[in-house]
Design a protein around this ligand. Sequence first.
Ligand code: SF4
Length: 423
Amino acid sequence: MNNLKILLKMATDKKVLKSLLETYHLLKDDPNFTLIKYMKMMQGILKGEKLVAHEDVYILSTFFPPFPTEAFIQNIIAVDAPIEIFTKQIYAKRTAPISMYLCVTNKCPNNCVYCSAAQRQSEQELTTEEWIKLLEDLQNMHIPIIGLTGGEPMIREDIYELLKAIDDRSVVILFTSGFNLTYERAQMLKSSGLFGIGISLDSHDKTIHNRNRNDDRAFDYALDALKNASKAGIYTMAQTVILKDQVDEESLFKLFRLAYKNGAHEVKILEPILSGNLLAEEDASKILYSTDDRKKLIAIQHKANKRNDMPKITSFAYTESEAKFGCGAGNQHSYISASGELYPCDFVPMRFGNVKDRPISELWLEMNQNIGIPKTKCFAQEVNRKVFIASDGILPLAKSDSVEICMKHRSERFPKYYRDLQK
Ligand code: SF4
């Protein structure tokens, strides 16, 4: 279905109209708020995106929780001044990130070339009770998207218990290699409250995927997992790390079609990031994208999003670009390691305190004050070499050094989504 058809469907959906009205009431008393700006905000969210209807909700952008949901409302109210919600939002002065990803285990049956969990296998992981307490705290901060990642989260026997501990103030997305995802398990995930799943699929070519994942069974796991998750009613994303030499329309379109044929509603493209095993490489320029690689990828994404025989395509390269929302590390997005350490992002191993020592709401605000506003470039690509050197390779970096690097890399210029609303 194209965007126009979905917009027409939304226009006649009573739940959509009710939620639009609720959102309007939350924002209307802010002196900076106008109806035109409200429309601009929606336009900014939708720009370059393919709209997707899934069950009774709509995915405007994977950066935001689906609409209309309680999680969407939670995202709006995650500021400290109810009368100035709109102003706080457009200056990114939040009291919580939009998404918090939790590394619920470092254990994994694979050994991917770009994995950031590879160096943390020996950490003492949080217990089930500690995770459940943390989930409650995160929801009380109004965090609308909770990601469960790893390692391989499907290794945890208590994964269903963790999901059941999260109420509808947040949507949950689970990131998996597809390991062990039978149809029965997918149904259990769905009935435990899972909204979305990101399943690793790096290429249409089985050999490439298995080589990236260092596992000969990974490709078959992934395709079965896509089918099983989709059949169970979970919003299903094929998550793919596209290497520099694979940014090619023909092979990407093959990947998009393969994912679609196997049930994916979306293909989410990540680019290689200077993290994990890559930090040990002396020259990573053969692996990292250039500006032209990114432009080429975004053009392929937008072309694919106009077609009806492919799923929604999203990419970090576009969503986190200067032209859209920018880099969310420590502002729109954050990450908690298996041992409870707060990081600005999954890919930025800077230590900002442990959830076992201080409330997460305090730790996050302190980190956010050091990081500042969303950045116009990927923070990981910009600082990770420095982080690796300053830590002598023993990650994560100590807090005092982390603060020092953050202060030197604060951004002054907002990404375009914000600039347009500030005018
Ligand atoms: S540091 Fe890079 S990967 Fe992390 S949020 Fe920013 S743009 Fe995304």
